[in-house]
Design a protein. Structure first.
Length: 329
């Protein structure tokens, strides 16, 4: 887990990374035709290539290496530039490459340096906030994400992440507001439309939820989260046959029957739940165990009139952060 208290170690750590990369670069970058043992003018090492060049010129060489797909070399060259001048834009490039390469810790420290050098850098706050969010540091993540949208409302990724955080804490109206802002700048995003619909679903506004799931499906008829959630809404609305029909587009019929049957169970429609779960058991041994367990829940649930509403709400809310997506189209 990352901590902002570790930020002071960033220069040593990233420069150490650059030195480790050097071993790769030396073999890849200075290799060429074999030379005579008597050749007195060997090819200069990579360290010498940038002697006399400005930080900007060296960073431009890093850009060229990045464009050519030489990511390790690009990071090394950027570090050469940074040894001359500490520049937030170059740190941003280092962070993006390290994040793309899966070096999350190094990316995080690069983005920390970005916002240290340039506190008004909205993208830096967004990048840092997203990494903090994935490491479960939600409070710190929210601070940087809020700063990102304060500086630049168009940061739709940050707005989406703030909405997901709001959903997870039961602040559905606030989440919807964030999604609305995000959609102003990325209106064709199936992920954003689906996430907004899910906020409506969590707040009990089922028809509004369905509208946004349908909008997402109209853009991409294969987008599984929107199709699945639309089926969920139809089931919660009591349209069980329609729900099964929708879910069959993205899953096998026995699973669709089981999932819809479970919703019927938790909403208290016991007879319909028994029919759906029984059919799931009949159709596929694969889902026999799951459906049988749900049938057992049904038998126990018949001792009550219907499950308490707050139990259902808590069950759904606990899944909110996992169901809503943080990135995508």
């Amino acid at each position: 887990m990352f901590s902002l208290n570790d930020a002071g170690a960033y220069p040593r750590l990233l420069r150490a990374v650059a030195l480790l990369i050097t071993a790769t670069c030396l073999s890849a970058c200075v290799s060429g035709p074999s030379r005579s043992a008597h050749d007195e003018s060997p090819e200069p090492l990579i360290f010498d290539r940038y002697e006399g060049m400005s930080a900007v010129e060296i960073a431009e060489a890093g850009d060229e290496a990045w464009r050519d797909g030489e990511l390790e070399l690009a990071v090394f060259i950027y570090m050469q530039s940074l040894s001359i001048a500490d520049d937030s834009e170059v740190w941003m490039k280092v962070g993006k490459i390290q994040q793309h390469s899966g070096q999350t810790a190094f990316a995080w420290q690069a983005f920390v340096r970005v916002v240290e050098l340039d506190p008004q850098n909205a993208e830096g706050h967004e990048k840092l906030g997203m990494l903090l969010l994935t490491s479960k540091q939600k409070d710190l993540a929210r601070q940087h994400l809020e700063k990102a949208v304060e500086l630049d409302e168009k940061r739709w990724v940050a707005n989406n992440a703030l909405a997901v955080l709001s959903d997870a804490s039961g602040e559905y109206e606030r989440a919807i507001e964030y999604y609305e802002i995000a959609l102003e700048y990325n209106s064709a995003s199936t992920m954003l439309l689906t996430n907004k619909g899910y906020s409506y679903y969590l707040s009990g506004q089922l028809e509004a939820a369905a509208r946004y799931f349908i909008l997402a499906i109209d853009i991409d008829r294969t987008y599984v989260p929107a199709i699945t959630n639309l089926g969920l809404v139809r089931a919660r609305s009591g349209r069980y046959d329609r729900a099964v029909s929708i879910l069959e587009n993205v899953m096998e019929r026995p699973k669709a029957l089981n999932d819809v049957g479970y919703i019927a169970l938790i909403t208290g429609d016991f007879e319909i739940a028994e029919q759906l779960l029984g059919e799931a058991v009949r159709l596929s041994p694969t889902y026999y165990k799951i459906a049988y367990e749900n049938l057992d829940r049904l038998k126990r649930a018949r001792t009550r009139i219907r499950p308490r509403a707050e139990e259902i709400e808590t069950n759904v809310r606990s899944q909110a952060a996992d169901t809503a997506s943080l990135s995508g189209n």
